[in-house]
Design a protein around this ligand. Sequence first.
Ligand code: SAM
Ligand code: SF4
Length: 329
Amino acid sequence: MLADSYGRIATDMRVSLTDRCNLRCAYCMPPEGLEWLPKPEVLTGDEVTRLVRIGVELLGIREVRFTGGEPLLRRDLAAIVSQTAALAPRPDISLTTNGIGLARTAATLREAGLDRVNVSLDTLRPEVFRKLALRDRLPDVLDGLEAAAAAGLGPVKVNTVLMRGINDDEAESLLAYCLERGYELRFIEQMPLDAQHGWKRAEMVTADEIYQQLSQAHDLSPDAERIRGAAPAETFLVDGGPGRVGIIASVTRPFCGACDRVRLTADGQVRNCLFAREESDLRSPLRGGATDEEIAERWRVAVAGKLPGHGINDPSFLQPDRPMSAIGG
Ligand code: SAM
Ligand code: SF4
């Protein structure tokens, strides 16, 4: 098991498959992009699946989520998914993506064994998309969402980050769009994880604000069926259901005490938290001939040292060196 000294057990593995991306979301990447990891440093598909196998077979991992950067940029994604689906016990397999290219790949990924997707969508207005993500790709994202639902990759979840003065007037229209199509929308508070260090607490659109905004048009009631557990979203039934909306108050109401996640970066480093300032290198032992058990032991030690919380609200908080795109969100 992957246990830490505060009694939490990590069963949910977030695997970043690349730090590269075809968008430049303002809360994540600078307009000019970043210096990408050199190719030899990025784990191959076989290396990724070996680490996932060790996680599942030796360490109690039950859920695997592929992310990035943009994971659809990996040509071997379907192969990685199908090798993961062949593991015993078979983990739940999901993908977080910006949706570009999903229209083309959703059916193949479903066949390979992908269970679900989360697609990031911050706006329904093309000009706002261009301003926020610096590319003109809104139609690709919407087509990707539709294809994911048609391929059975559901319940399709949509992740939205609201930025003040840019898309903070779209909470209600995004919710209407998602409810109409049966997608489950979740708003995520913007966290200090952008490469350009531009996050400002005073500018952040808070979970309470989002709740207030949505409440003006809808009756939101706590979702009694959905036990929150380690899930970061507080979920509400919209107008009595069955439609739902989630709000993830990562900054204003941290849920670190119930965290069950562990992260693997595209270059083979284990991180026990998005905000960790230290990483444990699994790539060197992996490439140096270590046994599965030796790698598992290094991984256990990495998780054992997990801190009780992310500390964003402490005066001494320091943003991690790696931005979100290189950690895997
Ligand atoms: N490129 C894929 C995507 O956008 O879905 C996967 C990687 S992205 C880093 C994963 C998720 O993190 C996205 O839903 C994105 O909106 C979210 N994200 C990125 N930077 C964030 C930040 N500073 N605060 C909160 N969420 C963030
Ligand atoms: Fe790319 Fe996802 Fe970051 Fe946007 S949030 S820049 S799509 S990695």
